[in-house]
Design a binder for this molecule. Structure first.
Ligand code: ADP
Ligand code: MG
Length: 372
């Protein structure tokens, strides 16, 4: 099924802007092919710049025609995202990324009906680049500006491809900065049922990777090493947190102390046991997430269940959710890899729904580092 998880699907094929593509003389109108204008109601440009991905996407009448993502790789050397470097890289990337998206969708700037951008939450300096660019472009083209909440967009990524969930549904949104269980009643009517009290699930992956001396972002690497490991090798504790909230900081501390003690006994402990440690940690993070998701489904009686955000790219979470869904009789929705981590397709899609509702922003709008 298109857009749906397939067991065995494993590689994350995130798009990266090809090197050397951005030629100064590149003319987006050179091969311009006019779209079938009479059928088209809305062409939306989406812009994402909340963290370390600069992305632009084109949504035409609810379908994605381009989703260009430039990933900033220089942060790996620092073990995490450096905000100043991120905003500078967004400034360099934003124009070529937008031009490539327009070229891939075979449209010109003048065909755009609205510009949607991530207003927050995220890194303020990074958000400022996308916000300022979107404001400038909307003003120059005299078209509406649409502000988008990044967390809502992660959820609305489920409407990019079939099969689409029906309302109401539950979404477990798990990323580098957030872990939330959201009850989604309508496109923009969402209720937060639970969230993390400390670290996010993605942070738990990334901080474990740091303890294991793996580079940032560690989530995909832990996923890869875990494939050949024994998940029962090292049992880590499951925290008892009331309601539908989460906590990952205790787990992080227990991993830290466990590894420190083992390395004292055997300096090569990490090297000799990497797949088993990764599989054990991953299995605990996933069981924490899925136990709360099962509780949310029981409490609400909802059987339309989805996941979103960067950690939903985790292959073990995807396969375990698929199995749990079969066991519980849920309809499970798992986004394609490219719509899990940060991307502008989800911003353009959310922008399309706001465009239909004529919900526009004005030129005074400012980015929000925190936005619930
Ligand atoms: P944010 O919006 O908070 O920057 P993203 O939605 O881009 O987060 O997700 C990034 C997070 O997802 C990182 O913490 C990264 O380690 C994690 N992640 C990405 N792929 C995987 C994977 N395969 N397994 C586990 N975590 C992953
Ligand atoms: Mg994100």
């Amino acid at each position: 099924m298109q857009g749906q998880y397939q067991p065995g699907e494993e590689e994350n094929k995130n798009t990266k802007a090809p090197e050397g593509y951005f030629d100064e003389s590149f003319d987006i109108f050179r091969n311009f092919v006019p779209p079938t204008i009479d059928k088209i109601m809305a062409i939306i440009l989406g812009i994402e710049s909340s963290c370390d991905e600069t992305s632009a996407a084109i949504c035409i009448d609810g379908e994605i025609y381009a989703n260009v993502i430039a990933t900033q790789e220089m942060h790996a050397a620092f073990g995490g995202v450096v905000p100043e470097l991120a905003s500078r890289a967004h400034q360099q990337n934003i124009v070529p990324v937008v031009e490539q998206a327009l070229a891939e969708a075979k449209i010109g700037k003048k065909d755009l009906d609205a510009v949607a951008f991530t207003r927050g939450p995220g890194l303020l300096g990074s958000l400022l680049v996308g916000t300022s660019f979107a404001k400038g472009l909307a003003l120059a083209l005299d078209i509406p500006l649409i502000d988008i909440n990044h967390m809502q967009a992660h959820i609305l990524a489920h409407f990019i491809e079939d099969p689409k969930p029906s309302f109401p549904f539950i979404c477990l949104t798990v990323s580098g900065g957030h872990t939330q269980i959201v009850l989604v009643r309508d496109y923009f009517e969402m209720e937060l049922l639970g969230q993390t009290l400390d670290d996010a699930a993605g942070e738990a992956f990334d901080k474990t990777a740091k303890i294991l001396q793996l580079p940032y972002p560690g989530g995909p690497l832990i996923d890869r090493y875990a494939k050949t490991g024994n998940k029962e090798a090292f049992p880590f504790p499951e925290p008892r947190i009331p309601g539908l909230d989460f906590s990952f900081s205790g787990l992080k501390t227990s991993i830290l102390y466990f590894v420190r003690d083992k390395v004292k006994e055997d300096p090569d402990f990490i090297n000799n046991n990497l797949p088993d440690i990764c599989a054990s940690v991953q299995s605990r993070i996933v069981s924490i997430l899925l136990n709360k998701l099962r509780q949310a489904a029981q409490e609400t009686g909802i059987r339309e269940i989805s996941i979103a955000g960067g950690v939903s790219a985790n292959s073990y979470l995807r396969s375990e959710l698929f199995n749990l869904g079969q066991q519980e009789g849920w309809n499970v929705y798992i986004p394609k890899f490219e719509y899990c981590t940060d991307n502008a397709a989800m911003i353009a899609m959310a922008g399309y729904f706001k465009y239909l509702a004529k919900d526009f922003a004005d030129q005074q709008i400012e980015p929000l580092a925190r936005w619930n």
